[in-house]
Design a protein around this ligand. Structure first.
Ligand SMILES: NC(=O)c1ccc[n+]([C@@H]2O[C@H](COP(=O)([O-])OP(=O)(O)OC[C@H]3O[C@@H](n4cnc5c(N)ncnc54)[C@H](OP(=O)(O)O)[C@@H]3O)[C@@H](O)[C@H]2O)c1
Length: 323
């Protein structure tokens, strides 16, 4: 089995696995049913056994279901896991209602998270977004207080702008930025990535497969009940043209003896030592395939082909990442 190396998350940050396990899709976030619990827990255990310690959850993933699941999985092996939690999203069932980032709300959220996870301290705690309703100083200041109290180890942020990142970092050192990044979504390369690098902030990059577009498994049109239908990238002509683009990735994967998903993860991994791919895996069978991606290397020509073919904006239409 491939072993996963550990890297510092941000400048002088905690040691975490270079590949993170995204647990979100083990729970019904946007409706539907939870994945098979025993398979989900077996996947988390297999990840921990392989040296993947970075586990990502959110208090709103399945209204607490995801944290309860992760809590069950890490019971008795807390020291093997680095727990990253997002908060702030308010859902009614599977309906997104907005954000609540008030200090009073954050203090309430963390109590519930700690109980559901069955732990005393969250390793990385982060607002899932920021808005203008609460000053950044108050949001970050509240997490800084939780760090002083020992309920949190490190401050993270997610889905923010370069200016917001600078501001947050000036209030309290930010250890990690969680952000969508893939061959299909490279808009952060212009300012957010360079800012994170300059400030010594680790980048936890999710949606490496671009909602499944880069897996090579997608076919147009998508089934009527596919959630991706909400986004213009996956609709009509856009999807047809985008899938044609993916053919180059499929061919390169075939030539190199890998799967398109492996190359999509490997491309993100190759963007820097401070960039950590965070990948959703709900079944043990995905784990070994995605771990092998961390060993894939590209020649300069291959990298050039991918960067040119998937230049920023080459994939048509948006997703929730393009707000
Ligand atoms: N901060 C934020 O705003 C935010 C937003 C979204 C997600 N996240 C976090 O980031 C993690 C990853 O994000 P994501 O789920 O959107 O993106 P992702 O990792 O690209 O996963 C998307 C889909 O790719 C599929 N996949 C994974 N490995 C595969 C393989 N080897 N072959 C074929 N398909 C494969 C999975 O399908 P199956 O379901 O079929 O296994 C999954 O549903 C989440 O779990 C969550 O923890 C954060």
């Amino acid at each position: 089995m491939t072993t996963i190396t550990k890297v510092a998350l941000g400048k002088n940050g905690p040691l975490v696995s270079k590949l993170g396990l995204g647990c979100m899709r083990m729970s019904p976030v946007w409706g539907g049913v939870a994945r098979d619990e025993s398979e989900s827990i077996a996947t988390i255990h297999a990840a921990l056994d392989s040296g993947i310690n970075f586990l990502n959850t959110g208090d709103f993933y399945g209204s607490g279901h995801n944290e309860l699941l992760v809590g069950k999985a890490i019971k008795g092996r807390r020291d093997d896991a680095f727990i990253s939690v997002k908060f702030g999203a308010i859902f009614y069932g599977s309906q997104w209602l907005g954000l609540d980032l008030r200090p009073i709300a954050i203090k309430n959220f963390i109590n519930y998270s700690l109980v559901r996870l069955g732990i005393d301290t969250i390793d990385l705690y982060q607002p899932c977004r920021l808005d203008n309703s609460v000053p950044i100083e108050d949001v970050v200041g509240t997490i800084a207080d939780l760090i002083k109290e020992g309920k949190v180890r490190h401050l993270g942020v997610s889905e923010i702008t370069a200016d917001q990142l600078r501001k947050a970092h000036s209030v309290h050192p930010v250890t990690a930025l969680e952000i969508g990044y893939s061959l299909a979504d490279r808009q952060i390369e212009s300012d957010l990535l360079p800012t994170a690098k300059e400030l010594g902030i680790g980048v936890v990059a999710f949606a490496n497969t671009a909602e499944g577009l880069l897996t090579g498994d997608m076919k147009a049109p998508l089934p009527a009940d596919a959630y991706q239908n909400h986004f213009s990238r996956f609709q009509g002509e856009n999807l047809i043209k985008n899938l044609e683009k993916v053919e180059v990735l499929k061919q390169m994967a075939k030539d190199k003896g890998y799967t398109p998903t492996q190359l999509a993860i490997a491309w993100v991994n190759a963007q820097g030592d401070h960039i950590l791919p965070l990948v959703s895996m709900n079944r043990k069978s995905r784990l070994e395939e995605n771990m092998q991606a961390m060993g894939v290397t590209f020649t300069a020509d291959e990298m050039n082909t991918l960067n040119t073919h998937f230049s920023p904006g080459a994939i048509l239409g948006g997703t929730y990442l393009h707000r």
